[in-house]
Design a protein around this ligand. Sequence first.
Ligand code: NAD
Length: 502
Amino acid sequence: METIQNFINGQVSASHSQRFSPVFNPATGEQTKQVVLSDEAETTAAIIAAEQAFPAWSKTSPLKRSRVMFAFKALLETNKEKLAALISSEHGKVLSDAMGEVTRGLEVVEYACGIPHLQKGEHSANVGTGVDSHSLMQPLGVCVGITPFNFPAMVPMWMFPIALATGNTFVLKPSEKDPSLALQLAELLKQAGLPDGVFNVVNGDKQAVDVLLTDHRVQAVSFVGSTPIAEYIYSTASAHGKRCQALGGAKNHCLLMPDADLDMATNAIMGAAYGSAGERCMALSVVVAVGDETADQLIDKLKVQIQAMRVGPGIVDGPENDMGPVVTAQHKAKICDFISTGEQQGASLLVDGRDVLIKGHEAGYFVGPTLFDNVSPEMTIYQEEIFGPVLAIVRVPNYQTALELINRNEYGNGTAIFTRDGETAREFSENVLAGMVGVNVPIPVPMAFHSFGGWKRSVFGPLNVHGSDGVRFYTRMKTVTSRWPASVRLEDHESSFAMPTM
Ligand code: NAD
């Protein structure tokens, strides 16, 4: 059976670890590979490789670094289908969705290609007589990325293209559930001309992560994953003096107003709730419907569309399925438990996805689209992130109650409003407590040249990923104030012991 190894100092590095984690094809339930779980020495070796590569890479001109990014972008485009198939075979998502994920990562690479411009500092002439000031945005050193299973290509590419382009070196610790993509990205970076040691991949679990969080050579940690782990990563990395951005879980609400275009909203909600089997941090898992009539009409329309959904493997000959399996047998069991709890706690289970059976794929981890009505805020299915194809409808009497409900939720990643009324949409955008807001847009994921991140317990740390926040996260500002002898001679040159003012 194939073993997924590490990638250290420009080559695949065979691990001596005796610990492994199985990698499954979620569509068949078969174990197809295993991945090494690196020990302390192997993880440290990756950090050291990155540390040794830093001086030369950080002094490489931004133009040359951006040329590596241009070459990497071209290689991603050439290999897009192959990468998407690999994602689907370990994650389960359908091929077109996997292609979309690669594209969203590639867009961050395109943004990083502009680094000679993005990393320019500021300059002020004559801040005092003959005195100039300029700022430098210098790289930090060894940066680390720890990433979740649900976007094995896109989430690492939220991080390392900007980290590398700004002159840092990088160690990526991908999810052990779908680790192959990271090694492919490492190979493509090498082909693109990235020097050895600048980008390294360490596979592993908590043991490897704890080394990355505490090693004195690591300067910054980017994390994306569930909230309890994000909180742990943020507090541990910060306690060890590292800069940290840690993005956590979500429970994204959509507010459906009675005046919304219901057909448009239904199509949008279907894709946002059930796309990628609900395993997206920006998935819509709660619809807050204003008025019983709005809820009833939505449910009628959703039921028709759910009935027509094609659930099956992510890669098929012929017409593509709408939704693939979830990632592991354990995750399927957890989602099914949530559905049972929802029923027990009194929510109305309108469509039950627990018993879906796919012919020829009976052992696959499939959960069908599931729909609950009459969900209330004290229920477990409302409070917890299910991360599966389960949509909850909460009925409220008016807009204000809906807004207060959304704002009370512990998470604040994304949210959306469906309405035809500009005043309501503006009021909502201004007052909702969430980091990413859609107006008649169900999944408002910012483009690469904006920054991505939530509010409340969906994020720990002040700077979001990619866009200008990404550039700021991976650089530190130095401001140089200079005066040359000619300008000194213009003034009386005596020592001054007062606070300098210009
Ligand atoms: P996870 O938190 O289980 O794992 C994320 C990473 O942390 C993995 O690399 C894993 O190996 C590591 N890890 C797990 N347990 C650890 C521990 N005890 N100590 C140290 N490291 C540990 O998340 P997941 O299940 O892979 O991904 C799904 C979660 O990620 C969901 O909660 C989802 O909302 C979230 N997510 C958030 C965003 C966002 O932008 N906010 C994006 C994608 C996913």
